[in-house]
Design a protein around this ligand. Structure first.
Ligand SMILES: [Zn+2]
Length: 222
């Protein structure tokens, strides 16, 4: 990407595609706030922020570009910008108990911010507070889901062991010795924790709600 001293048209002509952090759609970005050539030449920052607009939902999206080089008539940027806002993870929290929902939400926030080890620690807390809520069977249910996931999603042994250590085994306390988590494994853990919350709380809550609705309908039909 290049910003020329005579015109910023080249920046506007560049096309970007991204998963929008607001609407979640894979979308084209429209440049709204291009940087000013003279100001960049004067202050010579290493990185520059630009604001785009999502073509689907029109919300602003901020990206940070690294400057690769200056010439006498242009400033060049690397084409792989950093996203400032990460997509939020959608989940229906309605049926998650209060004791669990805070930990779970914080876990999802850590994931959105690419803080994967913090995410792992918060997943562990989420499972612990779930087990406190539903009793000892909570952890064995999650273990069962992890086993099932290993089979269905064909998780490799090493990943399986790491996830098991994070959410089931290991020492408790303020600083459990959890293994480091890569972004790829964090993604698998994300699926697991979402699935665990669904199976432990959401599914049951939805079935209960449906049963209650049916009961009240039968009553009103009489
Ligand atoms: Zn959008």
């Amino acid at each position: 990407m290049t910003l020329h001293h005579t015109s910023n048209q080249a920046l506007f002509d560049e096309t970007f595609n991204l998963d929008c952090p607001h609407c979640g759609k894979s979308t084209n970005l429209i440049l709204i706030s291009p940087p000013d050539y003279k100001t960049l030449k004067r202050f010579r920052p290493n990185r520059v922020g630009m604001c785009f607009q999502c073509a689907s939902c029109s919300e602003p999206i901020f990206l940070k570009f690294e400057i690769s080089s200056h010439t006498n008539t242009s400033i060049n940027f690397y084409d792989d910008p950093t996203e400032i806002e990460k997509p939020t993870i959608e989940f229906d929290f309605e049926f998650i108990p209060d004791e669990v929902v805070e930990d779970f939400k914080e876990a999802l926030n850590c994931y959105s911010n690419s803080s994967f080890n913090a995410f792992a620690a918060m997943c562990r807390r989420t499972i612990q507070s779930s087990a406190n809520k539903i009793g000892a069977q909570g952890k064995s249910k999650v273990q069962h889901q992890l086993n099932e996931m290993k089979e269905i999603a064909q998780i490799d042994n090493e990943t399986f062991e790491i996830l098991k250590q994070i959410i089931i085994d290991g020492h408790d306390g303020a600083h459990p010795h959890l293994p480091n988590l890569s972004s790829v494994r964090a993604e698998i853990l994300l699926e697991l924790i979402k699935d665990a919350m669904y199976q432990l709380f959401v599914r049951k809550g939805k079935l209960k709600k449906a049963a209650e609705l049916r009961k009240s309908q039968i009553k009103s039909d009489k």
